[in-house]
Design a protein. Structure first.
Lengths: 292, 588
């Protein structure tokens, strides 16, 4: 059930997202929870294309289009300006993609998190630079096809939540559009915490993941249920809690619907499965002894 | 001047503020495919001979509306308390959940509703009463069902019952430990509250001729059942200590005593055979053997009842058939049996047994009960010229329940439908439709087709009453592949617990199983996928990237101007309510 104040929409139809865009639905739900008193920061990315087709905007709340690498400090600046004006009822929110977070925006995010400025940072991770034509980022999983890694990416996906946890920020969580109630609950929680809050969302991209547009939400669900993208939260960088118990499906349920995994051999999948299982165990181990 | 009149001075300062709305872009034009919300039919409902709207009842119950859930069951089935106990639950064998973990305990749910829900008969009373009078001969499940549905259609209905109390096989064929009489009484009383008159102790054909009845009533529905046990066709069946199964059960249920002795053989593998053996056990027989000519897999009796039988210490001799009855002083003393082997499948699809030569063996007994099938006592209908088969089965058209005589219809066991309670109820329901069509001059086959559920013989009574406002597409049945199982965690099935341990059970006729506990029922209700029934779970609404699904108070509407037709909603709908269609799509 959705709270009555969250019935309102803060994103308008007619935006330029591809059909079945996972980012559009994620942004919509985040704004639904944060409500009218929100200032959004966006950076050049799909988000810029979706929401800011000048002179029109998809957001019903104020939105600031900043530079690629500075989503976090821009939101931090807005948050500080609001604090000076005594407007701490307004939430500063940054949307950035995996490129703007994992790669180019990493140092500025790290700095803002270090100062523990009061804003929410939502990383819309679609695992490549989709906007410019599907180039690999440090969020692209190993072996995956992109335009710049036609034979499959050599590097491994950055374990970003560990970097975030290392900052010991008050609240960090993973969330997925496949589990909208869980996502909204986490945003609700983040809204009421002071300091830097980081939400890592996996936002399937039908265009870049090479899959039919009707499958993006299902892909998001599968990522969670195969334990590939577990849903959990980290308080103060130390207290871990798993918020959704996955069904534990085999990873090929997730990979087989996407063209970017098409060249995966059985062996590749087996390696991926082992990795997923190991990481899940590590995560479970981290939750041991936590009070949450 | 450069001709076009634009100078650097008169270009307005470009202000980098977006103040317009993206709603000027009609992104709905990107695709001609649009979603449509439309409730469909669940496979359990299609499998149910009575056509109970199971998934909708589960949905209502999931919101705590147990009374409403019961009302949904009672739209099609007047006897949910009976079916909730003794039905052979074909619904559970078609349940989509069985492919995921285990089928939902649908029968247990129906029983729970019947035992705990409140019935408001007032709401079922027809708005208009009709002047036509209908007589129903027999008050078994078929007769009661026909009476209930005809009464709801406004007919004045009288049931004529030969035995001292109403219920037919439900009362005189099914033992108390499986179906307590109190439950049956309660459900019959609701039918009476609807205005149905039940005259017991009236044997049509003896106390009252069928032609007289035909004069007094404008239509007759014959639901006479099959109360005469079939003979084995062996010599010595008139010996002392030999009885047929259904007579045995009826005698016990009439409250009379039958002394059979300690060692008893029961011939047959159907429910009657199992009931006879377990009844005899409760009445003190120590050594009981059920003799069946095929294997356990082919037994027509419910597997759970056969399990119960074994738990109570009753032996089953499989692949054996009686060849000769051995007597001593005019009383049966043993049954000589032959070993059987299974061969080719027969017309019923079961392998046919054939005897192994020289494999004779003797089962010593004090008495033998033959429960190998029952036949109707239908000779009296010939008086009106109604044709019957050589087994005394009334000949009807299976689609219309019409006999060879105008205005006379027949159903249930007596007319050769499947010998299960649910099928008898279904046949009574179809009979009611046929009688209605008879008076209205409508074609039953056409009506049945209009309101038919999936590809089965059952139909929706609610759809029949009000097809325009019926929210479900009865023809589209949801297959398992269309269920988004990612939305459902695994969970174990909640079975009905045993109420008495087997050691105690053999001493009492108390009901053997109890209802699912009220505290556990919600878990079983949650397990149900609710295939094809929109539960307003909001998933489609929350996932829509184009903010094109609007949530209303009674469902969802589509903003077709903006929907890009991605189809995520249809793909992720947990229960296959949404479909993508070419054209305008939109709302239901």
């Amino acid at each position: 059930m959705i709270a009555s104040e969250e019935q309102q929409e803060y994103m308008r139809s007619g935006h330029m997202a591809c059909p079945g865009c996972g980012e559009a639905s994620t942004m919509r739900l985040v704004l639904k929870v944060l409500g009218e008193k929100t200032i959004v920061v966006i950076v050049p990315s799909c988000v810029g294309v979706i929401s800011a087709t000048f002179p029109n905007s998809t957001f019903k709340v104020p939105c600031f289009h900043s530079a690629f690498e500075i989503a976090a400090p821009t939101a931090a600046g807005i948050a500080n300006a609001l604090r000076v004006q005594g407007r701490e009822d307004v939430t500063a929110l940054a949307f950035a993609g995996d490129g703007g977070t994992f790669d180019i925006g990493l140092q500025s995010l790290s700095g803002a998190a270090d100062r523990n400025d009061n804003f929410i940072y939502v990383c819309l991770d679609n695992e490549a630079y989709m906007n410019t034509g599907i180039q690999s980022s440090s969020s692209t999983p190993q072996g995956v096809w992109t335009m710049t890694t036609p034979g499959g990416r050599q590097g491994r996906k950055k374990k970003f939540m560990q970097i975030i946890a290392a900052h010991r920020m008050p609240y960090a969580a993973t969330a997925s559009i496949g589990h909208p109630h869980d996502l909204m609950a986490k945003i609700r929680k983040a809204k009421n915490i002071k300091g830097t809050k980081f939400i890592h969302t996996l936002t399937p991209c039908p265009t870049g993941w090479r899959m039919p547009e009707n499958l993006s939400a299902k892909a998001a669900m599968l990522a969670v249920e195969t334990k590939l993208f577990p849903l959990y939260e980290v308080i103060d960088g130390t207290e871990y809690r798993i918020t959704h118990q996955p069904l534990g499906l085999p990873v090929q349920e997730f990979t087989k619907i996407q063209g970017r995994y098409r060249h995966f051999t059985e062996e590749d999948t087996a390696i991926l499965q082992r990795e997923v299982d190991d990481e899940w165990e590590q995560l479970v181990a981290k939750t041991k002894g936590c009070k949450l | 001047m450069n001709g076009h009149g634009i100078t650097i001075e008169n270009i307005k300062k470009i202000v980098p503020f977006s103040q317009g709305s993206t709603e000027i872009f009609l992104t709905g034009l990107w695709s001609s495919r649009k979603p449509i919300h439309l409730d469909k039919t669940s496979p359990c409902r299609q499998a149910c001979p009575v056509g109970n709207d199971i998934s909708r009842a589960f949905y209502e119950a999931s919101m705590g509306h147990y009374d409403e859930a019961l009302r949904i069951f009672r739209q099609d089935n007047p006897l949910p308390g009976v079916c909730g106990r003794v039905c052979y639950h074909p619904c559970e064998s078609q349940c989509n959940r069985k492919y995921y973990d285990e089928a939902v305990n649908i029968r247990g749910f129906e029983r729970f509703l019947a035992d705990n829900g409140k019935v408001d008969i007032g709401r079922e009373r027809p708005a208009l009463l009709r002047k036509e009078k209908v007589a129903i001969v027999g008050s078994g499940p078929a007769g009661l069902s026909a009476a209930y549905h005809l009464a709801r259609l406004g007919f004045s209905v009288t049931i004529l019952e030969a035995l001292p109390m109403a219920g037919g096989m439900l009362r005189y064929g099914i033992p108390e430990y499986r179906l307590p009489k109190g439950i049956l009484d309660k459900e019959i009383s609701y039918i009476q509250e609807l205005g149905v008159e039940i005259k017991t102790g009236v044997t049509v054909g003896k106390d009252l001729s069928l032609s007289e009845t035909r004069k007094d009533y404008q239509a007759i529905f014959l639901a006479i059942g099959a109360h005469s046990g079939m003979q084995l066709g062996l010599e010595g069946e008139d010996l002392l200590g030999v009885m047929d199964g259904i007579t045995y059960l009826r005698t016990i249920n009439l409250g009379k005593k039958v002394r059979l002795g300690k060692k008893i053989a029961v011939i047959g593998g159907g429910n009657t055979a199992i009931d006879c053996a377990r009844t005899a056990r409760r009445l003190g027989a120590k050594d009981i053997t059920v003799i069946y000519r095929r294997t356990r897999a082919e037994m027509p009796a419910l597997a759970e009842d056969v399990d119960g039988l074994e738990r109570e210490g009753i032996k089953i001799e499989l692949l054996a058939a009686p060849k000769r009855l051995i007597s001593e002083n005019g009383k049966i003393s043993g049954v000589e049996c032959l070993r059987m082997k299974l061969g080719e499948a027969d017309t019923t699809g079961r392998p046919s047994p054939f005897p192994v030569e020289g494999s004779e063996f003797i089962v010593p007994v004090d008495a033998m009960i033959a429960a190998i099938g029952q036949a109707p006592e239908a000779a009296f209908v010939k008086e009106l010229g109604i044709s019957i088969s050589k087994n005394n089965v009334i000949q009807i058209s299976s689609e219309t329940t019409a006999t060879s005589v105008d205005g006379v219809f027949a159903g249930g066991d007596g007319a050769g439908t499947k010998a299960f309670v649910a099928d008898a109820i279904a046949s009574g329901k179809l009979g009611a439709l046929a009688v209605y069509c008879y008076f209205e001059g409508k074609d039953v086959k056409k009506e049945l087709k209009n309101h038919q559920i999936g590809n089965q013989q059952s139909f929706s009574f609610q759809h029949f009453l009000n097809p325009k406002h019926y929210p479900v597409d009865l023809k589209k049945v949801v297959p398992y592949e269309k269920i988004n199982t990612l939305c459902f965690p695994h969970g174990v099935r909640h079975n009905n617990p045993e109420s008495v341990p087997p050691k105690e059970a053999v001493k009492t006729f108390r009901e053997g199983t109890s209802g699912i506990e009220a505290s556990r029922m919600p878990f079983e209700i949650y397990r149900c996928f609710k295939c094809g029934t929109c539960t307003h779970c909001d998933l489609c609404f929350l996932l829509c990237p184009d903010i094109s699904i609007i949530k209303g108070t009674d469902g969802y509407t589509i903003k077709t101007d903006f929907c890009k037709g991605c189809g995520q909603c249809a793909t992720t709908c947990p229960r296959n309510v949404i479909e993508m269609v070419e054209g305008p799509g939109g709302n239901t």
